[in-house]
Design a protein around this ligand. Structure first.
Ligand code: MLT
Length: 266
């Protein structure tokens, strides 16, 4: 397997769909799944720290980033199938480490449920295992409609102060700008499809108890979206899991605290 600089985008054709994948490094395959409404740039600050040890594979999930625009609805299970199809297209047969952040975590859990034999390790970061309740589903439907009718900024900009800690906002202006750019560059249609897909996602609270692969749970100590106590509880209920909390971080730990995040992974 050749090494690639992380800036290089590879277009992988999955049927008639084009998915952009950023690939860097060599070693054990490590697939990195971004959250919403972001793209593979979420991993920009950790991949340089991990690519001496891992072959880092970071897709732009369906409709996000440089992947082709989606004209049809999709589910978290469809996104999980895409991940496996990317590995197949890269001819990666060995089991991999899979890391998913928030929505990426929902996708990673679908992979763990459907393709456990493909995973040597699962890393769940800043995410939740429960499905939405009825109020949450209503909020998601309204965000989907608002993105299409009132535009992307109206939906995404209020999220910034929940995604990043006060410490990050005060001390890391380049991270704030990158997150703002990723959010504003996300297509309105992708926001709508992703919100509907998350509204319909599976609940893994019971199913996860059957997962035997090692799991690492990483939380941002100040994450208001996926609070650390939630991830800690998940790690206690999983058969084979460890929990880490990272200080000075809210919801985007790999961007906010890349050194600490990479250290936990390696
Ligand atoms: C994310 O960061 O991916 C989102 O907060 C997930 C969600 O809306 O549940």
């Amino acid at each position: 397997m050749h090494g690639y600089p992380f800036k290089d985008l590879v277009q992988v054709a999955l049927g008639d769909r084009k998915i952009s994948v950023r690939i860097s490094g060599r070693g054990v395959p490590l697939m990195l799944l971004h959250g919403y409404p972001l793209d593979s740039r979420l991993w920009d600050r950790v991949v340089p720290l991990l690519s001496t040890e891992f072959l880092c594979i970071a897709p732009d999930l369906r409709g996000f980033g440089c992947s082709a625009e989606e004209s049809k609805s999709f589910s978290m299970a469809n996104l999980a199938d895409d991940c496996i199809a990317i590995l197949d297209a890269m001819q990666i047969r060995q089991s991999i480490a899979l890391c998913g952040l928030s929505m990426g975590g929902y996708v990673a859990m679908e992979v763990a449920q459907r393709y456990p034999e493909r995973l040597a390790r699962l890393i769940l970061t800043n995410t939740r295992v429960n499905a939405d309740d009825s109020a949450g589903i209503v909020t998601r439907r309204s965000a989907a409609g608002m993105a299409l009718t009132e535009g992307v900024p109206k939906v995404v900009l209020p999220m910034l102060s929940k995604l990043l800690s006060q410490h990050t906002i005060a001390n890391q202006p380049e991270v704030v700008e990158l997150v703002r750019a990723m959010m504003l560059e996300t297509r309105a249609s992708t926001i709508a499809w992703a919100q509907l897909a998350m509204a319909g996602r599976a609940d893994f609270q019971r199913k996860m108890r059957d997962w035997t692969m090692p799991v690492v749970c990483i939380a941002g100590a100040e994450d208001p979206i996926s609070p650390p106590e939630v991830l800690e509880r998940i790690s206690r209920e999983l058969p084979n899991a460890r929990f880490h909390s990272v200080g000075n971080s809210a919801h985007l730990t790999p961007l906010e605290c890349p050194q600490e995040f990479a250290k936990i992974i390696s």
